[in-house]
Design a protein around this ligand. Structure first.
Ligand code: NAG
Ligand code: NAG
Ligand code: NAG
Ligand code: NAG
Ligand code: NAG
Ligand code: NAG
Ligand code: NAG
Ligand code: NAG
Ligand code: NAG
Ligand code: ZN
Ligand code: ZN
Length: 601
C-alpha cells in the first residue's frame, strides 16, 4: 500500500511539476509549444514555468496540498489534473528536457511540505521508469492517467482486455469430499510478508512523517516511541522479532513443508537499492534455512523484492532488466532453501516455477508482479507477459492428464491484479477446478480469503483462495503466521485444506513484559463453525455473514482480519459490506460482486 501511494504520488508529482494551472492553459498554447520545440526548448520551458505562480494559487493545488497532508486518496482529483498535465510532460520528453524534472519536482515536494528525503528518493528511483513508460506506451494521455490512477474500468480499454486460450474438454466437476478421519494429514506453514527492517530502532520516533517509521530520531513530545519487539504503526518488524517468531514456530509446530508468499524487504521504498533488496533476501532466506533445517521451503516473489518496488520490466523493455533479482532468487531458493535445480530455468526467465511437492501434489509458484497495476511497465504491454499464463495452463493440463493435484502460491491475490488477469485467471480456475486443490496468497497483510464462482451461473462455488496474515506489523496489525492441516499424503489424496490455525504475537503484551508472547488466535473450523473448508462451506459462511452483516460473527471476522489488533466495533456497516464484497470475488472490475450483499442492515 505504501509502495502504491509513493509511486502514484510520484507519477502525479512528476506530472504536476510543470506547475501549470490546468484551467489556465489553452489548447492553442499546447499546440504552439509542440510546434516550437525543435529549436526553442529553452523558451518553451520558460513558458511552461511561467504558469507556475497561477497554478500554485489555484484551488486544485490547495486541495492537493490538503490531500497530501491528510494522506487521502482522492483519485478523481488526481485524474482530472493528470489528464491535462500529462501532455506537457510529453513535450518535455520530446524536447529532451527531462533532466530538469528532478529539480523542479523537489521544489514542489518542498512547497507541499512532503518529506524531502522521501520525495527526492522516490523521484530519483522512479523517474526513469515512469518517463520510459510514458514514452513507450500506446495509451492516450487520458487513458494512461485513468489507468494509472484507477479512475476508469480497465475492461473498457480493449488493449487491457486480452484473453488466453483455454483447453476445452473440461471434465465434469467433482467437488472435494472429506477424507476418512483416520487418513494421514499434512501440516503446512504459510509465512507471508516478512518485511524485516534492519534499521528498526527501539525507542525511536514511531509516528513520523515518512511512510515508514521506527527507524530514527527520538519521539516528538507526545508521540509514541518504537517498542523493543515492534510497533503496530507504520513500522516493519525488527530482525530479532522475526527470528523469535520463526523459532517459536519451529519449536512448537509440526511442519511438513513451508510456503512463503514473498515481500521480504522493508517499506522504505523511497530509498532502496538492488543491493539492499539482495541483502534482505539472502539474510532472511538464510534465517529461514537455519531455523527450519530439513524442511522444504517454497517461495513466490513479492512486489517489494524489486528495486524500485513494484517495477518488474517485461522482456520487451530494453532500458531496464530484472535478471539481477531472478539470478539471486534462483540461487537462494535452490541452494539455500532446497528447491530442485530443474526449476532454475523458469526462475531465471520470469521468477516462476513448478515442482512436485509430493507424488501427486504439484506446486505452481506464479510471479503475479506481471499483473499488478502498480507495475507501470505493464502500460507498455500487459498481454500475458512472458506467456506466463500460457505456461501455467500447460502445466495444469499436464497435471490433469497425470492425475496430479495442484497448489498455487503467489504474492498478489488475483483480485488485486489487473482486471484482465483476474478474468482470465478465473476462467482458468473454472476449467481446472478438479485439479486445483489449494491457492495461497499474501500481500494484503490481512487475514482474508477469496471465492471463485462458476463463470456462467455465478452461483456455484468452484474454488477458494487463502490470503494469509503477514509477519510484519505494518500497519496496525499484530505479527502472525498460519498452519494448515491438509489431506495427504497417501495415494490419491486430495491435498485440500481441511483446517487451519492462526498464531499471533501479542505485541502489546510482548513489549509490556519484554518477552515474546505468542498465542493461538483461532482455529478456523471451530471459530466459524464450519463443517469442512471446501468452496461450498466458505460460500455458506459468506451467506451467514451477509445475513447478519452487523452481527457478532462479522465482528469476529474483522478482529481476525487485523490479527486481533482491532475489534469488530472498529468496522462499521460500510466497512463490513466492502470486506464481504472482497471475499466474494477474485476479479477486479467485477460488476456482480456485491449484488447479493444487502446494502442495509
Ligand atoms: C538529450 O540530452 C542529452 C544530454 O542531456 C544528450 O546527450 C542527447 O544527445 C540529447 N538528445 C537529443 C535528441 O537532443
Ligand atoms: C539541479 O539543482 C542543482 C542544485 O540545486 C544544480 O546544481 C543542478 O545544476 C540542477 N540541475 C538541473 C538539470 O537544472
Ligand atoms: C472483453 O473481451 C471479451 C472477449 O473478447 C468480450 O466479450 C467483452 O465484451 C470485452 N469487455 C469489454 C468491456 O469490452
Ligand atoms: C538512501 O539514502 C542515503 C542517505 O540519504 C543515500 O546516501 C543513498 O544514496 C540512498 N539510496 C538510494 C537507493 O536512494
Ligand atoms: C538482462 O541482463 C542480463 C545481464 O545483466 C543479460 O544477460 C540478459 O540478456 C538481459 N535480458 C534482457 C531481456 O535484456
Ligand atoms: C542446474 O541446472 C542448470 C541448467 O538449468 C545447469 O547448468 C547446472 O549445471 C545445474 N546445476 C547442478 C548443480 O546440477
Ligand atoms: C502486446 O503483446 C502481445 C503479445 O506479445 C502482442 O500480440 C500485442 O500486439 C502487443 N500489443 C502492443 C500494443 O504492442
Ligand atoms: C494482548 O495482551 C494485552 C496485555 O496483556 C491484553 O490486554 C490483550 O487482551 C491481549 N490481546 C489478545 C488478542 O489476546
Ligand atoms: C528487553 O529484553 C531485551 C533482551 O531480550 C533487552 O536487550 C532489553 O534491554 C530489554 N528491554 C527492557 C526495556 O528491559
Ligand atoms: Zn507486503
Ligand atoms: Zn506485497
Amino acid at each position: 500500500m505504501i509502495c502504491q501511494i509513493v509511486s502514484q504520488l510520484l507519477l502525479f508529482i512528476i506530472i504536476a511539476h510543470t506547475v501549470i494551472d490546468a484551467r489556465a492553459i489553452q489548447e492553442d498554447t499546447v499546440g504552439q509549444l509542440v510546434d516550437g520545440i525543435t529549436n526553442e526548448n529553452e523558451e518553451m520551458f520558460a513558458t511552461v514555468i511561467n504558469y507556475r505562480h497561477r497554478f500554485e494559487h489555484s484551488n486544485n493545488i490547495k486541495a492537493l496540498r490538503w490531500m497530501f497532508q491528510q494522506h487521502i486518496d482522492a483519485e478523481e482529483v488526481y485524474c482530472e489534473i493528470c489528464h491535462i498535465l500529462l501532455p506537457i510532460l510529453r513535450i518535455l520528453i520530446d524536447a529532451n528536457q527531462t533532466e530538469r524534472i528532478e529539480n523542479v519536482t523537489l521544489e514542489i515536494c518542498n512547497k507541499f511540505g512532503l518529506v524531502l528525503d522521501v520525495c527526492s528518493g522516490a523521484v530519483h528511483e522512479y523517474k526513469d521508469a515512469v518517463l520510459q513508460v510514458i514514452y513507450l506506451t500506446h495509451f492516450s494521455d487520458k487513458a494512461l492517467c485513468s489507468l494509472a490512477l484507477n479512475c476508469d474500468r480497465q475492461t473498457d480499454y480493449p488493449a487491457l482486455n486480452w484473453t488466453v486460450a483455454i483447453p476445452d474438454k473440461k471434465p465434469p466437476p467433482q467437488p472435494p469430499k472429506p477424507p476418512s478421519p483416520d487418513s494421514p494429514k499434512l501440516k503446512v506453514l504459510q509465512l507471508a510478508d516478512i518485511h524485516v527492517d534492519f534499521e528498526y530502532k527501539p525507542g525511536s520516533e514511531a509516528d513520523c512523517l515518512e511512510p515508514l517509521c521506527c527507524r530514527k530520531g527520538p519521539p516528538l513530545p507526545g508521540h509514541p516511541g518504537a517498542g523493543f519487539w515492534g510497533t503496530s504503526l507504520h513500522c516493519d518488524l525488527p530482525y530479532w522479532t522475526a527470528q523469535a517468531i520463526l523459532e517459536y514456530a519451529s519449536k512448537t509446530e509440526e511442519i511438513d513443508f513451508i510456503y512463503y508468499t514473498g515481500d521480504t524487504p522493508p517499506h522504505n521504498v523511497w530509498n532502496q537499492s538492488r543491493a539492499d533488496q539482495l541483502y534482505s533476501i539472502t539474510t532472511i532466506n538464510n534465517l529461514l534455512a537455519t531455523t527450519f533445517p530439513n524442511k522444504m521451503l517454497y517461495s513466490a516473489v513479492g512486489n517489494h523484492e524489486a528495486a524500485p518496488c513494484n517495477l518488474f520490466p517485461t522482456p520487451i523493455i530494453k532500458s531496464d532488466n530484472i535478471s539481477w533479482l531472478y539470478q539471486a532468487l534462483a540461487d537462494s531458493w535452490i541452494n539455500t532453501l532446497g528447491l530442485p535445480n530443474d526449476t532454475r530455468e523458469s526462475i531465471l526467465r520470469g521468477g516462476f516455477y513448478t515442482t512436485l511437492v509430493r507424488p501427486g501434489l504439484r506446486l505452481i509458484s506464479l510471479n503475479t508482479n506481471y499483473y499488478a497495476s502498480d507495475n507501470y511497465w505493464l502500460f507498455v504491454n500487459s498481454t500475458d507477459p512472458l506467456n506466463q499464463l500460457e505456461w501455467f495452463i500447460q502445466w495444469l493440463q499436464y497435471a490433469e492428464d497425470n492425475g496430479e493435484k495442484v497448489h498455487i502460491i503467489a504474492h498478489h491475490p488475483p483480485r488485486t491484479c489487473f482486471a484482465a488477469f483476474g478474468w482470465n485467471f478465473n476462467r482458468i480456475v473454472n476449467r481446472f477446478e478438479n485439479t486445483i486443490s489449494g491457492q495461497f496468497y499474501g500481500h494484503t497483510h490481512r487475514d482474508e480469503f477469496n471465492m471463485f464462482y462458476d463463470e456462467n451461473d455465478r452461483q456455484r462455488p468452484v474454488s477458494m483462495a487463502y490470503i494469509a496474515p503477514s509477519l510484519t506489523t505494518e500497519s496496525f496489525l499484530n505479527p502472525g503466521y498460519r498452519i494448515y492441516t491438509m489431506d495427504g499424503d497417501y495415494p490419491s489424496s486430495s491435498y485440500w485444506v481441511l483446517d487451519h490455525r492462526t498464531v499471533i504475537m501479542n505485541l502489546t503484551a510482548t513489549n509490556l513484559y519484554n518477552r515474546t508472547i505468542l498465542q493461538d488466535e483461532y482455529n478456523v473450523r471451530t471459530a466459524y463453525q464450519l463443517e469442512n473448508l471446501f468452496p461450498v462451506d466458505w460460500d455458506n459462511f459468506i451467506k451467514r455473514l451477509e445475513y447478519d452483516i452487523d452481527g457478532p460473527l462479522m465482528s469476529t471476522v474483522y478482529t481476525y482480519y487485523t490479527k486481533s489488533h482491532a475489534d469488530g466495533s472498529q468496522c462499521n456497516h460500510v466497512c463490513r459490506r466492502a470486506l464481504i464484497c472482497d471475499f466474494k470475488t477474485a476479479r477486479d472490475d467485477d460488476p456482480y460482486a456485491c449484488d447479493s450483499v444487502p446494502p442495509f442492515a
